[in-house]
Design a protein around this ligand. Structure first.
Ligand SMILES: NC(=O)c1ccc[n+]([C@@H]2O[C@H](COP(=O)([O-])OP(=O)(O)OC[C@H]3O[C@@H](n4cnc5c(N)ncnc54)[C@H](O)[C@@H]3O)[C@@H](O)[C@H]2O)c1
Length: 351
């Protein structure tokens, strides 16, 4: 059924893929974003073009009740989107990811929005060791970012009612092409590095497990959750991916080195190497969202990235444009955001 959907964070990595996919599925879309990364475009014929939609250009923290009127569903992507950003200033992550999310959900419920899809993360399982994690596993968030996802799931859940159905889609690490590319997640970063420097650098022995999932498959999972009968998804946490999505870091590096001619793997022994390791289970998504069929294997996704990023130069790879933390740092340096990380509209955001 066609829905009127508000997608927050529509000018980000996921949002730039979600908008065209949701439009193709027949939904009517409004975006909501402050626009931190709006200029961070990847211009490439392989990348689905950005589709312009009506939008609310606002900071999530400044929403008014009227912003939420007239929608059937909210897809909530807007957030400071990784651990290192949380380390920049934990207050910003708390204010935007936790307080901003809660306020959005409260306003949505009050406005009669019946479905609320929250972009959560498998990162909340922490360092699960060699065991597998499913949606019932204990949560062990290690960072401000991960804690913000746990806190948000809990606070949104407290609002669940007969007429307000939230669902928490716990994504693995996402990869694949987007018109607003990120090169700070594992597979994307490996491909960009292999293409521009010939090196895939891994820290430690590469044995940690990661569930990785293609951005197009994530969009499909959200579309399925939007369409699913209410009783299936009401107030449920669901891991997003497939059993085959679990890979060790060395497997991902091997695949990239195999596909990028002349590239080789370098093992760096850094004492601060990321030791998180977890394999996620994906049985629940098959049961609750039977219409969801992941279509991307790691090999196919790496091939897509190689084709899309082939012309990337080293400066673009190492510069701030595709690394969220570096871009925010450059906005701060240029005075384009204030002390609360609100965009100063009169200042230049462009690179
Ligand atoms: N990319 C991943 O691997 C991954 C994995 C798991 C979960 N997620 C979650 O999915 C969501 C989208 O991730 P992404 O990779 O597209 O991140 P992104 O950083 O590319 O996009 C986030 C968007 O939110 C917007 N935003 C941030 N703060 C805002 C504010 N205060 N007001 C209004 N807009 C604001 C930004 O401008 C940006 O366009 C996030 O919630 C993230 O935590 C991402």
């Amino acid at each position: 059924m066609a829905c009127r959907v508000l997608i927050t964070g529509h000018l980000g990595y996921l949002g730039s893929v979600f908008v065209p996919r949701f439009l193709e599925a027949g939904h009517s879309i409004t975006g909501l974003d402050t626009g931190y990364f709006e200029p961070c475009r990847l211009e490439d014929p392989e990348v689905p073009a950005v589709r312009a939609v009506p939008e609310i250009r606002k900071d999530l923290r400044d929403l008014a009740a009227s912003d939420l009127r007239g929608f059937d569903a909210v897809v909530h992507l807007a957030a400071l989107s990784n651990d290192p950003i949380g380390n920049l200033n934990s207050r910003w992550t708390t204010e935007i990811n936790e307080a901003g999310t809660l306020r959005l959900a409260e306003l949505a419920r009050a406005a009669g929005v019946s479905r609320f899809l929250f972009s959560s993360s498998c990162i909340m399982y922490g360092a699960a060791g060699q065991g597998e994690v499913d949606e019932t596993s204990p949560l062990d968030p290690k960072t401000d970012y991960a804690r913000s996802k746990v806190a948000s799931e809990r606070s949104i859940s407290a609002l669940a009612s007969d007429s307000f159905s939230p669902v928490y889609l716990r994504n693995g690490t996402i990869y694949g092409l987007s018109a607003r590319m990120r090169l700070d997640t594992v597979t994307n970063q490996f491909v960009a590095s292999a293409l521009t420097t010939g090196v895939v650098a891994i820290h430690g022995d590469g044995t940690p497990w990661r569930p990785v999932v293609h951005v197009e498959d994530v969009a499909s999972a959200f579309l399925s959750a939007l369409d699913a009968p209410r009783e299936r998804i009401h107030d449920r946490a669901i891991n997003v991916g497939a059993e085959e999505s679990n890979h060790t870091i060395i497997e991902i590096a091997d695949e990239v080195a195999r596909q990028v001619k002349g590239a080789h793997i370098e093992r760096l022994s850094r004492p601060d190497a990321d030791r998180r390791t977890y394999r996620a289970r994906f049985e629940l998504i098959g049961k609750l969202l039977p219409g969801f069929r992941p279509r991307w294997s790691l090999a196919r996704g790496v091939d897509q990235l190689c084709r899309g990023l082939r012309g990337l130069d080293l400066a673009a790879h190492e510069g701030p444009k595709y690394v969220r933390l570096r871009w925010l740092a450059s906005l701060i340096e240029r005075g384009a955001v204030d002390a609360d990380l609100r965009l100063v509209r009169s200042r230049e955001v462009a690179a």
